[in-house]
Design a protein around this ligand. Structure first.
Ligand SMILES: [Zn+2]
Length: 222
């Protein structure tokens, strides 16, 4: 009895604590309702939608800036029009002999809150007051791989580097690295994305505003 009472008192407090930044994300039930009204809101599994796409979902491993496993499953989801645009980009990249490797795509809102609480600099992590475009299923973190060898192309920095070299506007001396960075940015811009000002690997889908912030984990989606 004591435990039940404890639970009844503290469970609502815990729920509120999770959303203490004044933003209430869409839950699974609300999402399912929204997709019925607007099929564009569907979160699409990128592995099924884009032939040949490669995943290296860093937040499902300890190989990320938090040093912790954040996701239970290594999955990449994005809203339907985002997945379609990315598929076209992948087709264009293939003409250059390269393909897409995704580090992160849709990210549940709870993960954004966690990142902020680990690293409170909103230059590099999204503000939990606004949420991330990843939370809307409208951002892709990615690099390019050589289609023959599967090796990553050389880029200015590692993924999730907090250095100024990660900014797309920072000059690059190495001609090959510059060429690779120009290629990823120009093809993604052509297909409806915009590179982030401090991360060469992060691309926002133009039109992300119409998609809500969600807090649905991968198990719930599947
Ligand atoms: Zn990102």
């Amino acid at each position: 009895m004591k435990y039940i009472l404890f639970f009844l008192i503290f469970f609502p407090v815990l729920l509120q604590a999770q959303y203490k930044y004044g933003l209430t994300p869409v839950t699974l039930q609300q999402y399912q309702q929204q997709v019925k009204g607007d099929p564009e809101k569907e979160l699409v599994n990128l592995t099924s939608a884009i032939p040949g796409i490669v995943l290296d979902i860093r937040y499902a491993t300890t190989n990320n800036f938090t040093g912790e496993v954040i996701y239970n499953l290594p999955r990449a989801y994005a809203r339907k029009p985002v997945a379609e645009a990315l598929k076209e980009a992948q087709e264009e990249f293939s003409k250059h002999g390269v393909g897409i490797k995704v580090y992160d795509a849709y990210r549940p809102y709870s993960a954004t809150v966690k990142f902020y609480e680990v690293y409170r600099d909103t230059t590099y992590v999204a503000s939990p007051y606004k949420g991330s475009r990843h939370n809307r299923g409208c951002a892709i973190d990615m690099t390019l791989i050589d289609l023959k060898t599967g090796e990553e192309l050389r880029m200015p920095t590692e993924y999730d580097s907090f250095k100024k070299e990660a900014w797309p506007t920072t000059p690059v001396k190495d001609a090959l690295i510059k060429k690779n960075r120009d290629l990823i940015i120009s093809v993604m811009h052509k297909h409806g994305f915009r590179v982030n000002a401090s991360e060469w690997w992060h691309f926002d889908f133009n039109g992300w505003q119409k998609f809500e912030v969600m807090d649905i984990d991968f198990e719930e989606l599947e």
